[in-house]
Design a protein around this ligand. Sequence first.
Ligand code: FE
Length: 142
Amino acid sequence: MHNPYYSRTDTTHLNVSNAEWKKILPADLYAVAREQATERAFTGKYWDADTKGTYYCAVCGNKLFRSDAKFASSCGWPSFFEADRPNSVIYKEDNSYGMQRIEVECARCNSHLGHIFDDGPPPTGKRFCMNSVSLDFEPDGH
Ligand code: FE
């Protein structure tokens, strides 16, 4: 279904209900983005990708990561050491499943992207562990 909220240029914060998103988003994206599901490791389309380009939020088009910040990780999910802009994502405490983790959400649409951990490479030492399904990739030069 057409997603009228998707824009790679409009950074206005979105307040869209899950009932509305459910009508618009594919089921696999809805489950991760709006219900905090996690795609199975090594199954997503970007965990092993190293093409140069930009990663956008698959729900709303918000610019999230550059391929320059992506690193080869053995975890099975696309991993980045920093966000494109400090305010492109927001962080929330997540104590589900008996773990203390920091959830990463898209700052524009508040969709779940994944989690952030402290075992990433320099220069930040962070590992943004993202779900492929939550990301839209645009190769450079397109
Ligand atoms: Fe978004």
